[in-house]
Design a protein around this ligand. Structure first.
Ligand code: PGA
Length: 245
């Protein structure tokens, strides 16, 4: 820790993913051993990214979603077992962009079970909308979204607190709001559960965010797509002196 997760969303090409994995891993090799990084490109580029990495690469791979089952007649679905087979160690689940497409807590829970069964670490995204924030409902929203996650094995789960209104908007919560949300997650799941912050993280605010109490890393969308910016963020993370070892 700190852990930097690069979420490309539905962007990029195969060639870009290949070059990026190589370049970001090279930057990681120069960074303090405590810095961790997970690259989450779209499904079709995972195998390409994996092939661009050396054997003992420090850069890990994650997917942006997975199915609830491991195989079967589910046209268009990709299972956690398939993701593990192409080199993934993690999977982002319950991102607000997927919840906005109708994904429920129960579906996210089933996917998390499947991820664990396949040996992947689920990164559960939680966070309130702007309207919920305005009504002071953040605590209740997080409590509901975290509910099932409490039952999963402690060493094999991560959470990303991503206020929906901060994603892609350039807005970020105040440090004390981030600290309060992270404290709530750690109180619910145990202090050993890594909790990342996500929402408009970029080189200019990274260090400030990583210094907030309870922040073990960041989930980066837009600013993660450029390998030069990612390299800068890896260097900056190495300067925070947080969680050495
Ligand atoms: P952003 O996205 O960094 O572009 O705000 C973060 C996310 O959605 O994970």
């Amino acid at each position: 820790m700190p852990l930097l997760v690069a979420n490309w969303k539905m962007h990029g090409t195969r060639a870009m993913a290949l070059d990026y994995a190589f370049a970001v891993n090279a930057a990681l090799e120069m960074a303090p051993a405590s810095i961790e990084c997970i690259f989450c490109p779209p499904f079709p580029y995972l195998a390409a990214a994996h092939s661009g990495l050396p054997q003992n690469a420090r850069l890990e791979l994650g997917a942006q979603d997975c199915a609830a089952g491991q195989e079967g007649a589910f046209t268009g679905a990709v299972s956690a077992r398939m993701l593990a087979d192409v080199g993934c160690s993690h999977v982002i689940l319950g991102h607000s962009e997927r919840r906005a497409m109708g994904e429920t807590d129960a579906q996210v829970a089933a996917k998390a079970e499947a991820a664990l069964e396949a040996g992947l670490t689920p990164i559960l995204c939680v966070g309130e909308t702007e309207a919920e924030n305005a009504k002071g409902l953040t605590v209740q929203v997080l409590e509901k979204q975290l509910g099932f996650f409490k039952k999963l094995p402690a060493g094999r789960r991560m959470v990303a607190y991503e206020p929906v209104w901060a994603i892609g908007s350039g807005k970020t919560p105040k440090a004390e709001e981030i600290a309060a949300a992270h404290k709530q997650v750690k109180t619910a799941l145990g202090s050993a559960t890594p909790v990342l912050y996500g929402g408009s993280v970029k080189p200019s605010n990274l260090r400030e965010i990583l210094r907030v109490s309870g922040v073990d890393g960041v989930l980066i969308g837009g600013a993660s797509r450029d390998s030069a910016e990612m390299k800068t963020m890896i260097e900056l993370a190495g300067q925070t002196g947080k969680g050495q070892g």
